[in-house]
Design a protein around this ligand. Sequence first.
Ligand SMILES: [Mg+2]
Ligand SMILES: [Zn+2]
Length: 246
Amino acid sequence: MMKKTRDTTAQEMEPVIFCDFDGTITQLDVTDQILSHLAHPSWREIEQQWMQGLIGSRECMERQVALVNAPLEELHAAIDAVAVDADFVPFCKFARKKRWPVYVLSDGFDYVIRRILKRAGVERQFRSGSTLFASALSVEGRRLTLSFPHSQEPCAHGCATCKAALITRLQEGRRPVVFVGDGMSDRFAVEVADVIFAKRQLLAHCRVNGIACHPFETFKDVQNGLERLLVPLPARRLHHAAVAVS
Ligand SMILES: [Mg+2]
Ligand SMILES: [Zn+2]
């Protein structure tokens, strides 16, 4: 009978995967969709201040959310119009099979994220405070308020959800950190990641700053990339040995 042994080296090769939500798991940025449909147009000025680095995402989101004035049905309609990357659910199954933990880290709203993950059928895999970390949204009538249960102490970046701090906390020793993201809210996270999959603004940010990353479009690209990159060590050694002999 084959005894399943795992040496520490092989264990270290097993990654922990952290994914941004808006624009990464979803095709569009849901937070931007909600604001553009339901908030006073001045939300864009606040966005500009954040893009320019004048304010952190925490202050940005708090001020933007205060500009929303809409009934719950309109909020739900805006959320339900946003599609999920069709390859995300197969990716979750792939990671679960490999026993690689997957976390969702987002400056966005937990209420929104849970509703979308439920629609995709993977809500049980992502629980607030254990595998999903996002800003907490409360709906009161036509108004929304935000709180930050997972980053109570504001970080030096002024993040709503400090992805860099969470990655450092959840990394489980020396396991390689894989980060998947698309936006400026991911720029501190990539500083603590070993393998980066990036698109849109995050890809541009990595290129400008000389940060090594893998461009991706969908989670199929991430899955293929991980399968290529994270060949188990023994197989790799065999491969090298074969090459050396020939
Ligand atoms: Mg994003
Ligand atoms: Zn931070």
